[in-house]
Design a protein around this ligand. Structure first.
Ligand code: GDP
Ligand code: MG
Length: 180
């Protein structure tokens, strides 16, 4: 077995761009980006590296309704269990929110869950597609209670490296057994 990598988990309600952020961090498409909510049902993971720190990036597709119905429990059954386990194992959580929607009631629910988890959280204020929206992002999401807020636009592949610069500070350096 290789050395166990520290986990960076991407969390958030459906349709905010978790899979897009996952892909942007990895710079190639593995996860599924889709218009419809709940398309990525299972957690998708891939090893990656940033400034010499190796980690496992996990897209927790499951924090949300699975069948498109409204009023379905945000964290029901197995999905909740699966996401909880990943969150427990993660050293840092990237909480993706959508600048175009602002804070929704589902975001509030995710926030309650993450506060209880007690892990470092970096808010990724995604869909900040123009300068104006990006500048407002910190003010928009400050009330969620986490200090680190980084605007990104996956559409314009913008803000991802700044996001990772903040996220990576929470990742311990793990010695690789076999460096190439
Ligand atoms: P997830 O459900 O949180 O994994 O969200 P997805 O990554 O599947 O993205 C949901 C939708 O938002 C897709 O149609 C994406 O193309 C779109 N999307 C993702 N990032 C951005 C962004 O930065 N700006 C805009 N305008 N749309 C985005
Ligand atoms: Mg997804």
């Amino acid at each position: 077995m290789p050395v166990q990598l520290p986990i960076i988990a991407i969390v958030g309600r459906p349709n905010v761009g978790k899979s897009a952020v996952f892909n942007a961090i990895l710079q190639h498409r593995i996860s599924i980006v889709h218009e419809q909510s709940g398309v990525t049902r299972d957690c998708v993971m891939a090893p990656a590296e940033h400034f010499g720190k190796h980690f496992l990036l996990v897209d927790t597709g499951g924090l949300g309704t699975l069948n498109g119905e409204k009023n379905v429990d945000l964290f029901d059954g197995m999905i909740r269990e699966q996401v909880s386990r990943i969150v427990e194992e993660a050293c840092v959580l990237v909480w993706v929110v959508n600048c175009q929607d602002g804070i929704t009631s589902q975001d509030e629910e995710v926030g309650d869950f993450l506060r209880k988890a007690g892990k470092p959280v970096v808010i990724c204020a995604n869909k900040a597609d123009n300068q104006e929206v990006a500048q407002m992002a910190v003010g928009t999401f400050a009330s969620l209670g986490f200090k680190e807020i980084e605007p990104t636009s996956c559409t314009h592949t913008w803000g991802i490296s700044q996001l990772m610069d903040v996220v990576i500070k929470h990742v311990p350096k793990v010695e690789q057994e076999e460096e190439e």
